[in-house]
Design a protein around this ligand. Structure first.
Ligand code: WTA
Length: 640
């Protein structure tokens, strides 16, 4: 790779090099990251590599540097890779033609979109919300925002109108980018109509730019809505990149926490860029001719860092898939791999589990010869799924990298580097250079030694660390930096095995992970409580064969609802959740109860509710502090 960060510090090629890089990254982080950052395109170099006060949640990387991330994703590659494929788009319907964009073409398309944004009054620092299907224009739109210094906030195109409105208003966005419609498997979603509904409560939005994708008729709101293709007719194919400060925000991405409404995680420019690039190259051990496919939607952080920014920064070819693993059948992933000769494949355990359930022929009838590396992300991968993936997809020849990280960490934190550091089923493995994980007791004492379990926290700043939560820095401090002073707190529990490899056990807070999507139990309860039949609710997770965790909701209804049919009430509650959050938050089980187990001080005993949801009723633990033990008997009696 000629003009990329391939100095010996940026690319690790052996276990010894890993240990050496790790040691240097801990002993002298500033020098280490300065060397990694050196080969990027900078308008001006930094004056200080790191200025960090973890307790205050203040982390500044490459202070004083000036750059534009799209010059590093695009312009930088034009000298040697102009005709190399940057993006391969595989549509939802295999009968529709796929599309390929070279680096030169992608550069032009991004410049055109950036000019359209400019012409529509978007300026540096403005927030732009994007609600689009997984089509090339989504990638282009995101990069176009970055080109002109606008802060993008992508909202997964499965969220409801209410969820969009919350995010648009929280980010004080003035412009929304969308499309006419979306196909996902056999489903069709009129995304523009969903946006229209959302914007009824978003007075700050003055412009909606609509990409034509399916040719569906849409209502264009006079004075507010414009068609992208009309706006793009005469715009120039070049657009100067806005010079940004290293710490200028690059994007906001909303994610659920253990309390209340989702928070806007903010990432900044230079640190995120260096982190996404470094982790991408090393974890996947990228080579020049790889065809790389990350199945995540750009609406999630995995799509940001490892479909878009990481691969483009590295000058790789990234495949973008509009559909789902099971459409038109459970062989689709494997068909796409053979069709495009995919060499690196990165997906989520939930997808693997859903495909395992289909007859094995679905995978065995494809060659999968092009594959070299397999990745997993988003939730713990159970042993059965790991082996199925390794044997039937990787043919026991491809290393599996189980990558642990979070929206807040910007990029992969703990993972094997393919073929280099150990890959052990159900273990993420060793930390990336620059990442100093610790296990803490509940009181915050570091647990030394191996073969131990505790709360997972990170000791030192790393370039991709969350900078703030949009509009509310105190919330970021309280969530991540205040629980254990001097550390970033992950909210996950972990185990360090006898060889120092990390295994992520799962969340230790009230966050549940359904098919790799994070939800706060409070967020779902708030939605349920909006239903007119409901007085109170409590949501817990239970183990689910495909989704990893399922949602179990206990609901107390109003007396007036007593005469209504239970099935009717349940359907109505589901409707409310779909309207408030989206289909992805639909509970698997709803149990209507007359009371919830509470302590004398009024606190819901979730431990008991979890046990009942898991079916572990013989082992409820200590119930002596319960206000009314009869409630528990009733709940057990009626459990689903
Ligand atoms: C979980 C996704 C086990 C974890 C990149 C974390 C994982 C949350 C793994 C973040 C993994 C992610 N093994 N658990 N390899 N990857 N998680 O923000 O609980 O959507 O805290 O980021 O997913 O989810 P998020």
């Amino acid at each position: 790779m000629p003009d990329n960060p391939t100095t010996k510090h940026a690319r690790i090629r052996s276990l010894e090099e890993y240990h050496e890089a790790y040691r240097r990254s801990v002993e002298n982080p500033e020098q280490f990251w300065a060397e990694v950052a050196e080969p990027f395109t900078w308008r001006r170099k930094w004056s200080k590599v790191l200025d960090s006060d973890m307790a205050a949640g203040r982390n500044e990387w490459f202070q004083g540097a000036r750059l534009n991330i799209t010059e590093n994703c695009l312009d930088r590659h034009l000298a040697s890779r102009a005709n190399k494929l940057a993006i391969i788009y595989e549509p939802n319907d295999p009968k529709t033609r796929h599309l390929r964009l070279t680096y030169r073409e992608l550069h032009q398309e991004v410049c055109k979109f950036a000019n359209v944004l400019h012409n529509n009054g978007v300026e540096k620092g403005d927030r732009v919300c994007i609600y689009m299907p997984m089509i090339p224009q989504l990638a282009i739109a995101v990069l176009a925002c970055a080109r002109i210094g606008a802060v993008h906030s992508v909202i997964f195109a499965g969220f409801s109108a209410t969820a969009i409105a919350d995010r648009v208003n929280d980010a004080q966005a003035t412009v929304v980018l969308t499309a006419d419609g979306l196909n996902r498997g056999a489903k069709q979603i009129p995304v523009k109509r969903v946006v229209d509904e959302a914007l009824e409560t978003c007075p700050g939005v003055r412009r909606v730019i609509v990409v034509e994708h399916l040719g569906w008729p849409v209502h264009m709101h006079e004075g507010r809505d414009v068609w992208y293709h009309e706006e793009a007719e005469d715009v120039p194919k070049t657009c100067p990149a806005e010079e940004m400060d290293a710490e200028d925000p690059l994007f906001i991405l909303y994610t659920s926490g253990s309390t209340g409404k989702p928070k806007g995680v903010v990432h900044s420019t230079a640190g995120y860029m260096v982190w996404a690039d470094y982790t991408f190259r090393n974890v996947f051990q990228i080579e020049e001719n790889d065809i790389y496919w990350c199945t995540a939607d750009i609406g999630w952080v995995t799509g940001h860092s490892y479909l878009l920014y990481g691969p483009l920064l590295a000058g790789s070819t990234s495949l973008m898939f509009e559909g789902i693993p099971t459409y038109p059948d459970a062989g689709r992933f494997w068909e796409v791999i053979d069709k495009h000769s995919v060499s690196i494949f990165y997906t989520a355990p939930t997808a693997i589990r859903s495909l395992m359930a289909a007859p094995l022929d679905n995978v065995l009838s494809y060659s999968l010869d092009s594959l070299r590396v397999l990745g997993s992300v988003g939730e713990p991968i159970n042993e059965e799924a790991w082996y199925w993936y390794y044997q039937h997809v990787g043919k026991e020849r491809c290393p599996v990298v189980d990558t642990w990280w979070q929206t807040e960490t910007g990029g992969i934190m703990i993972s094997a580097m393919a073929g280099i550091t150990p890959s052990k089923p159900t273990h993420a493995g060793l930390p990336m250079p620059g990442v100093q994980p610790v296990l803490l007791t509940q009181e915050g004492k570091e647990i030394e030694g191996n073969d131990e379990e505790g709360y997972l926290a990170i000791k030192h700043s790393w370039p991709g660390i969350i900078r703030t939560t949009y509009g509310d820095h105190e919330r970021a401090v309280q969530t991540y930096f205040a629980p254990y002073k001097g550390y970033y707190f992950t909210g996950d529990g972990a185990r360090r095995d006898e060889n120092g490899l990390y295994r992520i056990i799962g969340r230790v807070d009230d966050v549940i992970n359904v098919s790799g999507h994070r939800f706060g139990t409070a967020e779902i309860e708030n939605a349920i409580n909006q239903n007119q039949n409901v007085v109170e609710s409590a949501v817990v997770a239970f183990p689910h064969d495909v989704k990893g965790q399922g949602i179990y909701a206990y609901v107390i209804c109003r007396p007036a609802a007593a005469t209504k049919d239970k099935a009717h009430i349940e359907a109505s509650i589901i409707e409310t959740i779909v309207a408030q959050i989206g289909k992805i938050a639909k509970p698997d089980k709803i149990q209507i109860v007359s009371g919830l187990p509470k302590t004398r001080s009024g606190k819901i005993m979730r431990r008991i509710l979890r046990k009942v949801a898991e079916g572990e009723i013989s082992n409820l633990g200590d119930t002596t502090t319960l206000l009314d033990p009869a409630v528990v008997d009733e709940i057990i009696e009626g459990r689903k």
